[in-house]
Design a protein around this ligand. Structure first.
Ligand SMILES: Nc1ncnc2c1ncn2[C@@H]1O[C@H](COP(=O)(O)OP(=O)(O)OP(=O)(O)O)[C@@H](O)[C@H]1O
Ligand SMILES: [Mg+2]
Length: 434
């Protein structure tokens, strides 16, 4: 406004260049924004490679893959370098243009304004100096626009990623009006359940009625759908056909948090935190009394080895503490599940790293717990033979079902597995005797 008051012709002339600067700045934003997104993706890839190599350093060393992994990281670094150079090139192409145009305004104002002072178009040199001062005030933010856009483009690339993460909606949500079962007893029913993922059938027509307190064992080859079955009880996936009922109510109608609190799972991949053994068992739950903790630890055969440790349950494990054997880790995660007051217990291949004697003892402890319904996935017949019902899966379907004796009498796949494992033991016995 002041510029127009001083001299409208000069103001119009100098303001004509501003849209050109804005245009160049917008083009810079468009091009540089894309490169920042690429750089951000590349950096994520590099971080993943570095993190995986540090976490899996033993595997890398055991397989002598050091050179390959170093080369992989170097290649990713090179790509990161290329993208950064690319971004610098775009910047170096556009920023001088913005600088040039900004300075052009000053040059034009000074020269044309100078002529105007001589010709009498402007009252005095002082007016021109004042005018230049004002135009500088206007041009300065324009000049900074390039820098601003550079920072903005970086922020936008990051915000896009954060936003995508925050906007991610879980597929499985608690219903708005959940139905609460009349009593929590641990009665699990599978009613003609089918599960499909990516167009592939994972489970087909699974029927099951696990009465409260009973034990259901699931066997089958790797990839036959054992984990998928038990994932449906705590509704980690939704069925694509049929329904799963826990205590008489479809799991999709139940409050998710309460349902999962009532289902304790020992996952196939044991995960423990770098914390004390006690905290790993409690896992943030303050409701668990010391007696319950010790009882669960005894049932899972954790107590005996913990007592041998100098700091007992306060021993820190993991990265910040002592290392544990695979079987010890499995037992701690079992104690975690047993210490909860859940009516449904799920053990997904949780005794695979244990010797047969410890496995047998844990099995006996589990059998003595009659308040909970137990699902046991195992590969060894010895771990499942006392179950009330054994399901033998093949390609997502129940191939055979029944208790140990009926399946042995049937002389099917279960019988074959039993004979294979039993024969193995007999061979060892014969070798030792011979
Ligand atoms: N989220 C998923 N998306 C697509 N396919 C899946 C998914 N989870 C499992 N599968 C597939 O379903 C099949 C059954 O997997 P599942 O984990 O239930 O097998 P499993 O019997 O537990 O095997 P294992 O004894 O090796 O643990 C496999 O072919 C697997 O690739
Ligand atoms: Mg599994």
């Amino acid at each position: 406004m002041v510029l127009f008051l001083i001299n409208w012709k000069l103001a119009l002339m100098s303001l004509c260049i501003l849209p050109v600067i804005a245009f160049v700045a917008l083009r810079l934003e468009k091009q540089i924004g894309k490169t920042f997104e690429e750089i951000s993706d590349q950096r994520a890839l590099m971080n993943t490679t570095a993190q995986e190599n540090l976490a899996g350093v033993r595997l890398v060393k055991a397989f002598g893959r050091e050179k390959h992994e170093i080369q992989k990281f170097l290649d990713q670094n090179k790509e990161n370098y290329r993208l950064n150079v690319n971004q610098a090139k775009i910047w170096s192409k556009h920023q001088p243009r913005i600088e040039f145009l900004s300075n052009l305004v000053i040059v034009l104002v000074t020269s044309i304004g100078g002529f105007m002072v001589i010709g009498g178009g402007l009252p005095s040199v002082g007016t021109l100096v004042a005018y230049t001062g004002y135009i500088n005030m206007l041009i300065w933010p324009m000049r900074m626009l390039g820098w601003l856009i550079n920072v903005l483009a970086q922020c936008l690339a990051s915000i896009k990623k954060i936003d995508a993460l925050f906007c991610e909606e879980p597929d499985i949500k608690s219903p708005e009006k959940p139905v609460e079962p009349e009593g929590r007893e641990g009665h699990v029913v599978f009613d003609h359940v089918t599960l499909e993922a990516n167009g592939m059938k994972i489970l087909e027509d699974i029927c099951l009625d696990a009465k409260p307190g009973s034990t259901v064992a699931i066997m089958g080859a790797t990839g036959s759908g054992k984990t998928s079955i038990i994932n449906l009880i705590g509704r980690y996936y939704d069925v694509t056909g049929g329904r799963v009922l826990v205590d008489g109510v479809d799991v999709r109608e139940q409050n998710l948090e309460l349902l999962r609190r009532n289902t304790s799972v020992v996952m196939q991949d044991v995960f423990l935190f770098s914390d004390t053994i006690e905290e790993n068992i409690r896992f943030g739950s303050t409701e668990i009394s010391q007696d319950t903790l010790v009882q669960a630890s005894k049932d899972a055969h954790v107590h005996e080895f913990v007592m041998k440790l100098q700091d007992g349950y306060k021993t820190v494990i993991g990265e910040r503490g002592i290392g544990l054997s695979g079987g010890q880790k499995q037992r701690i995660s079992m104690a975690r599940a047993l210490s909860r007051n859940s009516r449904v217990l799920v053990f997904d291949d949780s005794t695979s790293a244990l010797d047969m004697e410890t496995e047998h003892q844990i099995q006996q402890s589990l059998e003595s717990r009659t308040d909970e319904t137990k699902f046991i996935i195992a590969h060894r017949v010895s771990a499942v033979k006392n179950a009330d019902e054994i399901l033998f899966l093949e390609d997502g379907r129940v191939l055979e079902r029944g208790n140990h004796q009926s399946l042995i009498d049937r002389k099917g796949r279960y019988y074959d597995t039993y004979m294979l494992q039993f024969q193995g033991l007999l061979d060892i016995h014969d070798e030792e005797a011979g």
